[in-house]
Design a protein around this ligand. Structure first.
Ligand code: MN
Length: 209
């Protein structure tokens, strides 16, 4: 999450848009706050991880979740803040070429909308607790992002935890293993890598055996 003055600056500085197929994108202040985008991308880069993104303030606030989400309310998943992404990123599925930032295969693992419990999202993030509802294909209901430790860690990056809250969508089912395919194309990572001339063997590391 970056300051207003540098919206998407970090995102653009990391990428060469003449090489990667990722969108250059733009900051889009949409008038409606009713249909805020939510996306979870599965990303087989040097390490498999999941990228959690929530539309806010014209961009997608983003966190890398190494182990992905869990529907189990007793499981806390580390969520590391990363640079804001453009809204167009919620439509990106494909391959980031070798040598580029985040090289590897990206899948649209889940997609939908989200609603903050409290309207002042900036205040919630500053306070270190953001409660919200997800309305995706795979993830639904009440969730929370909680910052572990204070906002000012000095040189250390703040860490957040993504946790399912109790409701009828909570479960001990392993949603990552049971629903490994793209919500946009029904493809596995290997299918996407093959279709975009990516590294199929590398992508296979992120697919179920
Ligand atoms: Mn990523």
């Amino acid at each position: 999450m970056t300051k207003q003055t540098s919206l998407l600056k970090d995102y653009r500085e990391k990428r060469n848009f003449t090489v990667t197929g990722e969108p250059e994108g733009s900051v889009q202040h949409r008038s409606s706050k009713k249909n805020l985008l939510y996306v979870f991308q599965k990303h087989q880069a040097s390490h498999l991880h999941y990228d959690f993104r929530l539309e806010w303030g014209g961009v997608l606030l983003s966190w890398a979740v190494p182990k992905g989400p869990s529907l189990d309310t007793s499981v806390k998943r580390l969520a590391e803040p990363v640079e804001d992404h453009p809204l167009e990123y919620a439509g990106f599925e494909g391959v980031i070429p070798e040598g580029e930032y985040g090289a590897g295969t990206v899948m649209l693992w889940d997609l939908g909308t989200w609603t903050p419990d409290e309207p002042n999202v900036e205040a919630s993030l500053k306070a270190g607790e953001l409660k919200f509802k997800l309305n995706g294909e795979k993830l639904r209901g009440a969730w929370v992002l909680i910052r572990s430790g204070s906002e000012d860690h000095g040189s250390k990056k703040p860490q957040w935890l993504l946790i399912k809250r109790k409701d009828r969508y909570a479960s001990t089912d392993d949603v990552l293993a049971e629903r490994p395919r793209s919500v946009a194309s029904d493809r596995l990572l290997t299918d996407i890598a093959r279709d975009f001339n990516g590294d199929v063997a590398k992508a296979a590391k992120g697919d179920p055996d």
